[in-house]
Design a protein around this ligand. Structure first.
Ligand SMILES: [Zn+2]
Ligand SMILES: [Zn+2]
Length: 227
């Protein structure tokens, strides 16, 4: 088997753990040197909102989350798994924009474990537009989920002309609500976990979360592969 990222051949040794797990053997899909280019967030003692920023004030929120709190009167409980560093940017470019569907396997297990650890009643991936679906062929968020019971509750109503990644921070924060709820009844009084691939400004997740709030969700958390 070759590394999915650098294509180098990987020596694969079956470990005792594999032998005694009686389950599926967890063959690594990337080599150790590629694996080491990604860095996990360490979320001890950080912002209660995004898990990453420096917590300040009575609410223990970072400056960005304090802004969301002021705007909406509530804040998300977000967790990002990895730093959005150069390796992650490069990964996203290949997986999402070049549409290399195999690359979902690089983080699928670990990310799905994080999603399934949540105490939420319902798991909602951020949707992509019909146009993106036609060009890319898959929803990159759903691609990262394996053995996760998720629900399609949101849909994209506004096709964004410019890609998020080509916008300035200010432009991203000023976008209009791009989603609508397909089945609001599913989220009433529920604890909802939103799932996205990348958390940049939080704008996308807050748009989605505000619809869930209006529909009567009890609690809203979110996770992303990168932050
Ligand atoms: Zn590699
Ligand atoms: Zn924060």
């Amino acid at each position: 088997m070759n590394c999915l990222l650098c294509n180098r051949e990987m020596p694969y040794q079956i470990t005792l753990k594999d032998i005694f797990s009686f389950g599926e053997i967890l063959t690594p899909v990337i080599c150790d040197s590629c694996k080491n280019t990604f860095t996990h967030w360490d979320s001890d003692n950080q912002c209660k909102g995004c898990g990453n920023g420096k917590a300040e004030g009575r609410l223990r929120l970072c400056k960005e989350c304090q802004r969301w709190q002021q705007l909406y009167g509530w804040h998300l409980y977000h967790r990002g798994l990895y730093h959005y560093n150069d390796a992650m940017k490069n990964y996203m470019q290949r997986y999402k924009f070049n549409g290399d569907y195999r690359l979902r396997l690089v983080f699928q297990r670990e990310f799905s474990r994080l999603v399934n650890q949540s105490k939420a009643d319902i798991i909602v991936p951020i949707p992509i537009s019909t146009v993106t679906m036609q060009t890319r062929g898959f929803n990159q968020v759903v691609g990262l989920l394996r053995e996760v019971q998720y629900q399609t509750v949101l849909q994209v109503i506004v096709e964004d002309k410019a890609a998020q990644s080509s916008k300035s921070r200010k432009e991203r924060l000023e976008t209009t609500q791009p989603f609508s709820l397909i089945s609001p009844e599913k989220v009433v009084n529920k604890r909802v976990l939103l799932v996205d691939d990348v958390y940049t400004t939080g704008r996308t997740l807050y748009h989605a979360a505000s619809l869930l709030k209006q529909a009567g969700s009890q609690w809203i958390g979110s996770v992303s592969l990168a932050r």
